[in-house]
Design a protein around this ligand. Sequence first.
Ligand SMILES: CC(C)(COP(=O)(O)OP(=O)(O)OC[C@H]1O[C@@H](n2cnc3c(N)ncnc32)[C@H](O)[C@@H]1OP(=O)(O)O)[C@@H](O)C(=O)NCCC(=O)NCCS
Length: 255
Amino acid sequence: MADFTWYPSNGKAYSMMSNKHAEREITLYSLADVQLRFLCPADLDEVRTRCQDWFPIEYPLYWYEEITSSNSHFYSLAAVYQQQIIGLIVAEIKPHSYLNDEDTGILAKCFSDCDIAYILSLGVLKEYRRNGIATLLLDSLLKNLMTPERRKVKAVFLHVLTTNSAAIHFYERRKFRLHAFLPYYYSIKERYKDGFMYVLYINDGQPPWTLYDYIKFMCGRVANGAGFFPWVLLNVHKALGWLWGHHESTEQDHH
Ligand SMILES: CC(C)(COP(=O)(O)OP(=O)(O)OC[C@H]1O[C@@H](n2cnc3c(N)ncnc32)[C@H](O)[C@@H]1OP(=O)(O)O)[C@@H](O)C(=O)NCCC(=O)NCCS
């Protein structure tokens, strides 16, 4: 992956909102000095230190080697300010059919041969939070996923601890929607913690239909009037045909 620098077109100044929990808050009046670039092997130690600080989960060394490798299949993007990594996003794209059991059901059946993006990690250095850095990183990922070459990617999803209100606010504000509650999903320091799965549909991706969608569809048909009654007649006719065929074949079996 080639390195690149991203500069916001508007040079917009961001003021920081109060964050009582941050030890030291740094307000970036402009994001123009923040550089976005892909990770490289030289970042391994810095990335490892950051992740150990930001996430309660311990990742094995090979994971850090993988995300910082120059030919990594991960989308591993860093936000760099004054030569230090102040933010990081790691995502991967995989076929929908490769998802774990608990992650299935994100896409409607017609998208079963499509791809899906998974955000493994997103973190920002404590003192730089609420400056729009995570937004910058996520926007860059989404922009990449919405290019014509990535049309097959129909959704982006992630897991988050149910107690991580900052991240939940962040993703909800970015239009991610709660998809599933995952009891005891995380094992952190030998204790089980609940998780949520959040999903954002992109590139015309759609979730499977729920009962509500079917009712909405029927109501739409009724509202349309003309289209609805032939549709009902056709389906009643089909059902009767099936029942009649079924009845005849069982009669023959008896003889
Ligand atoms: C979640 C996290 C990545 C957000 O990073 P950030 O750079 O502060 O996010 P942004 O500045 O782009 O925030 C954008 C919006 O998200 C919401 N948000 C972010 N942090 C929030 C918080 N602590 N409380 C409430 N809303 C928050 C706000 O709506 C914010 O907009 P605003 O500042 O205009 O109100 C950061 O808090 C973090 O690194 N947390 C620790 C690691 C982590 O939990 N990662 C997520 C794992 S899935």
